[in-house]
Write a protein that binds this ligand. Structure first.
Ligand code: FES
Ligand SMILES: [Fe+2]
Length: 337
């Protein structure tokens, strides 16, 4: 896929990016990965610590993420290189050189900051190389987390889409009828910013003008969607429709300058009386619908040119769209607003 026309930024935005799910990597497992233009080895030690390191061994350059038939694996709390068996600690320092107990090697692999929260793996990226300046607190459950179904996810790509685009939906009331088939424009509140965190609310009548829909069997319901954004990379929409809560995390994590993998993660409050872990009824339909609905925007994003100075027209675009672009701008190395 080619470059996105008009994109002004010279590097990725600083922030947390999703790189997978905890359930996908068990103790002793090793994976190779490319995220944010970096070749990485990701592994889980025997005690269960998740670790992401630079992929290439400082010794002679083997990729640590491709264990072979005879060498390379997780050894206790270290990862062993498949070429000459050097063992590396999770902080990137050398643990052992099997054929030279007494060595003075100070070479180090770059260790990434990774976190596991609510079953989601996040990795920190800082265009200046710094450590995390905030933490991602996890999914914003309303009420008791135990009353929600386990997370359900879909992953696909690569897409030529920028991480901040799904979040820009919260500033864009006029695209809903055209891209999402909704009967009415949405209404949003102003953004409230606290450091890297930003939030606003969308008010929408679900099932407007219809006697009943699968989502609103008893007629139209005034619902709320709370948006939660961290940096220019993590976005969550939390739906509250008559006390039914659906939490949807969407993350586009770049693999290189132009392409990103899309993670869509959903959970929903359990159906009344349901104590099981398998979504049923409206909850199941709502979770499935989220994965599909968000993808309606992709044909726009993949083919657009990015206008640094769009013709913002009307109150919502002039205030909110301009505002959120300016907010996201702060996380890039070369702000343009
Ligand atoms: S290249 Fe890794 S131990 Fe030699
Ligand atoms: Fe949209």
């Amino acid at each position: 896929m080619g470059k996105m026309k008009g994109w002004p930024y010279t590097d990725f935005a600083t922030g947390w990016y999703q790189i997978g799910y905890s359930a996908e990597i068990k103790s002793g497992e090793v994976k190779s990965a490319q995220w944010l233009n970096q070749d990485l080895v990701i592994f889980r030690t025997e005690s269960g610590e998740l670790c992401a390191l630079d992929a290439f061994c400082p010794h002679m350059g083997a990729h640590l993420g491709h264990p072979g038939e005879f060498g390379g694996r997780v050894c206790g709390e270290t990862i062993q290189c498949p070429w000459h068996g050097w063992e590396w600690n999770t902080d990137g320092t050398i643990h052992r050189i099997p054929y030279m107990e007494d060595h003075s090697i100070s070479a180090k692999l770059d260790a990434k900051y990774v976190r596991e929260t609510d079953g989601i793996i996040m990795m920190w990226y800082d265009h200046a190389g710094g450590p995390p300046t905030y933490e991602w607190p996890g999914l914003p459950f309303l009420g008791d987390k135990a009353d929600y179904y386990p997370i359900d996810w879909t992953v696909d790509g690569p897409h030529r889409v920028k991480p901040q685009f799904p979040m820009e939906n919260s500033a864009d009331p006029h695209h809903f009828p055209y891209v999402h088939g909704s009967g009415v424009d949405a209404e949003f509140t102003d953004y409230v910013v606290d450091g890297a965190f930003c939030t606003n609310k969308m008010l929408m009548t679900f099932g407007a003008g219809k006697e009943s829909t699968w989502l609103t069997p008893n007629g139209p319901v005034d619902g709320e969607i709370d948006n939660f954004f961290w940096g220019a990379s993590l976005g969550i929409a939390r739906f509250n429709i008559d006390g039914r809560i659906c939490v949807h995390l969407t993350v586009l994590t770049p693999i290189d300058e132009d392409n990103a993998i899309f993670f869509s993660t959903v959970t929903h409050s359990k159906e009344p009386g349901d104590t099981g872990d398998t979504p049923t009824g409206i909850a199941k339909k709502m979770m499935d619908a989220q994965h599909i609905q968000i993808r309606n925007d992709f044909h726009i994003w993949q083919n657009m040119t990015y206008r640094v100075r769009p013709i913002f027209t009307g109150e919502a675009e002039k205030t909110r769209y301009a505002f959120i672009r300016k907010h996201f701008d702060k996380f890039y190395p070369n702000p343009v607003y």
